[in-house]
Ligand binder design. Structure first.
Ligand SMILES: [Zn+2]
Length: 289
């Protein structure tokens, strides 16, 4: 079910409701107190954003260990910022957050980045592929406004791995050498997978690798689908959307922060068949207490 702004404010009418939600998701009334080892229940303290053990008075701070830790921004604004992220297909810029939340640009920028980090963590990194499955692997250049840069120089490189009909995973990499790319593939693509790439030299030893079946598509010959159906069209489509988002919404992102934007794009893409779960996943995907 699509969540409207009205639904959102009904569920989270104020900061207390947000903190209670966070406590319930991470700990809950049954949580065994780490100090007295009983579970007599917990009550909200009045002047602190914390809950206290009924039995011994031990405090739990639900925001600790989450992206909200140490933030003076009201929790409801954080939750609302997440709501805004889930409403937009092309991401939310710092300026847009600033406008919608009524905070400074610096705060808005920080909230945006923290939410992207949260998305990447909630999304996780389960291995792709496996026996009978296919993973497309490709890399792309993003940005490149370094002074005097030409060709790929100064640009950031993103390696993408996408299971056909499944999830996508990205890594920001310093170069396209096999030495750089192969460890990411080995760590994230399960044994027995059929891997499709273009004929870039960085992938050439995949063919000698007994763990995988490697098929290539020859882009220089304008080939987009090979004779045995091999293609990298899906991962290229993901890259196109990623670039459009960065250019259209954020104009430019630095190499240093690029992995957060790719993490956001992954999180959203991996929920493409169930967009209604996006907000729930974010609001329930906290580390357990
Ligand atoms: Zn206790």
């Amino acid at each position: 079910m699509k969540q409207t702004v009205r639904d959102f404010f009904k569920q989270f009418p104020d900061d207390d409701a947000c903190l209670a939600h966070l406590f319930a998701v991470r700990y809950g009334q049954d949580h065994v107190c780490p100090k007295c080892e009983t579970s007599k229940g917990w009550y909200r303290l009045t002047n602190v954003k914390a809950f206290s053990c009924q039995s011994c008075g031990h405090h739990i701070h639900p925001m600790a260990g989450t992206i909200y830790e140490g933030s003076s921004t009201p929790l409801q604004l954080w939750f609302y910022a997440m709501f805004l992220f889930t409403k937009s297909r092309n991401g939310v810029s710092g300026r847009e957050l600033q406008r919608q939340l009524g905070v400074t640009y610096k705060t808005a920028w920080r909230i945006g980045h923290k939410i992207r980090e949260h998305m990447a963590r909630v999304d996780g990194d389960d291995p792709l592929g496996g026996a009978g499955k296919t993973v497309q692997v490709d890399e792309t250049f993003i940005g490149g406004y370094e002074k005097g840069a030409y060709g790929g120089k100064g640009k950031a490189i993103v390696l993408g791995m996408m299971e056909n009909g499944g999830d996508v995973m990205t890594r920001v990499i310093p170069d396209r050498k096999e030495f750089t790319m192969f460890p990411h593939i080995a760590a994230n693509v399960a044994i027995g997978t059929e891997i499709h790439t273009d004929e870039h030299g960085g992938y050439s030893s995949l063919g000698d690798e007994p763990a995988y079946t490697h098929k290539t598509v020859n882009h220089r010959k304008d080939e987009y689908v090979g004779t045995s159906g091999q293609t990298t069209n899906s991962i290229e489509g993901f890259f196109m959307h990623l670039k459009r988002t960065i250019k259209g919404t954020h104009i430019w992102v630095s190499k240093k922060h690029l992995h957060k934007y790719t993490g956001e794009a992954e999180f959203i893409y991996n929920r493409r068949n169930a967009p209604e779960t996006i907000l729930t996943d974010l609001l329930y995907g906290y580390p357990k207490g």
